[in-house]
Design a protein around this ligand. Structure first.
Ligand code: MEV
Length: 425
């Protein structure tokens, strides 16, 4: 704990100096300070320029999900996350999907929305018509901000205008519809929204406040489908169990949150590995899930007439290959190479397939043996490691805890002592 969090001029200091101050203020040991200092594959100066007040780095394990066949092409999928079982589950699900055709994914193109909020508009409906009449000029102004994007076929393509009833009375919202190409697009869209704001004020006679991208990226959807042959997933009973699980999520937001969380286990892990804005992905996913006014699953599951299981995932997937950490983080660049995707929409499609695979794996486990058995195996290894087990002791301690059904830190500690003595003796 620190005595004060007011660290004057902290941001201006070099990274080492910041770390020294932090170390002193929070009583870090030399070892702890050294751990924090490690920026891993990210060169220190790159890290220092990515965010503010940088003191070091933080590393996740990177796993590779195997077996993915998406639109007829094979992919090795890098996943960075802390949760055991996710990579194994994705690989397993992808293997089962291969018994039919793997995953088929389509997308609606890389289209984002930039919102310009206009308040105190004397005549909102009239302002709306005027804005729409000035569409060509507004789009021209927007596109002047990013000639590169325009030259690649992207740019502001359309303008929507809506009048919203709000807590503060009616407001006019102008929406730029922007094809962001291979970029996630937040920078491009925000720059465009800011650039057209004075024009929008002048046309409407109102006052612009917010000029910002919407993370409800419902024009940038992926739709992944897969058929899982009943025989390859454990029979018709498993198919029924998964369909019931889906019906549960559809009927109950408490279950639905967890259902969608399972999807995001996969999506976010690939997102982190590939340097994506995962907060935007989460925001897009959950707002899309609530679009009807009720929170709904991002997937649907049904049994076809052959008795096989058919899954469909539909969700926004705002990802990019140019700009941001996808370009600046060396591990993200290497991961994108491993994945072999050549465009942002291809990356989005892969992530949609992984989300569907992850959801399938979770529901299959839940509808049959439950998830704890698989989880516990990995969890017990983690507990063993945190209790000081190394080398072959990790598996020995983990195995004993599973047998005893006591996967606890205190027991792991006892076992580390006991089993290491046995090993030495
Ligand atoms: C755990 O991270 C994810 C699950 O809870 C997803 C689900 O319940 O569908 C297993």
């Amino acid at each position: 704990m620190t005595e004060t969090s007011e660290l004057q001029g902290f941001y201006r200091l070099p990274m080492e100096k910041r770390r020294e101050i932090l170390k002193k203020a929070t009583n870090l040991t030399d070892e702890e300070a050294g751990i924090i200092a490690n920026t891993g594959s990210l060169p220190g100066d790159v890290a220092d320029h990515m965010i503010e007040n940088v003191v070091g780095g933080y590393t996740y394990p990177l796993g590779i999900a195997t077996n993915f066949k998406i639109n007829g092409k094979d992919y090795l999928v890098p996943m960075a996350l802390e949760e055991p079982s996710v990579v194994a589950a994705a690989s397993n699900a992808a293997k089962m999907a291969r018994s039919k055709d793997g995953f088929r994914v389509t997308n609606t193109g890389p289209v984002m929305i930039g919102q310009i909020q206009v308040v105190s508009v004397p005549k909102p409906e009239e302002a709306k018509s005027k804005l729409l009449k000035s569409k060509a000029d507004i789009l021209k102004k927007a596109n002047e901000q990013d000639p590169m994007l325009v030259s690649l076929g992207g740019g502001a393509k359309d303008l929507n205008v809506k009048v919203l009833a709000s807590l503060k009375g009616p407001m006019v919202i102008a929406e730029l519809i922007v094809n962001t190409g291979d970029a996630m697009g937040a920078n491009a869209v925000n720059t465009m929204a800011e650039a057209v704001a004075p024009m929008v004020e002048q046309i409407t006679g109102g006052r612009v406040f917010l000029r910002i991208i919407s993370n409800l990226a419902d024009r940038r959807l992926v739709r992944a489908t897969a058929v899982f042959g009943k025989d390859s997933i454990g029979g018709e009973d498993v198919v029924d169990g998964i369909v019931y699980a889906y019906a549960f999520a559809d009927a109950d937001p408490y279950r639905c949150a967890t259902h969608n969380k399972g999807i995001m286990n996969g999506v976010i892990a690939v997102g982190i590995a590939c340097g994506q804005d995962i907060r935007a992905l989460e925001a897009g996913a959950h707002s899309y899930a609530s679009k009807t006014g009720r929170y709904k699953p991002l997937t649907t599951w049904e049994k076809n007439k052959e008795g096989d299981l058919v899954g469909v995932l539909e969700m926004p997937m705002a990802v990019g290959l140019v700009g941001g950490a996808a370009k600046t983080h060396p591990t993200a660049r290497a991961n994108i190479k491993i994945l072999g995707v050549k465009s942002a929409i291809e990356l989005a499609e892969v992530m949609g397939a992984v989300g569907l695979a992850q959801n399938f794996a979770a529901l299959r486990a839940l509808a049959s043996e439950g998830i704890q058995r698989g989880h516990m195996k990995l969890h017990s290894r983690n507990v063993a490691i945190s209790a000081g087990a190394t080398g072959e002791l990790v598996d020995l301690v983990a195995q004993r805890m599973i047998e005893e059904k006591k996967i606890r830190f205190d027991r792991a500690k006892e076992l580390v002592t006991e089993l290491s003595k046995q090993k030495m003796g």
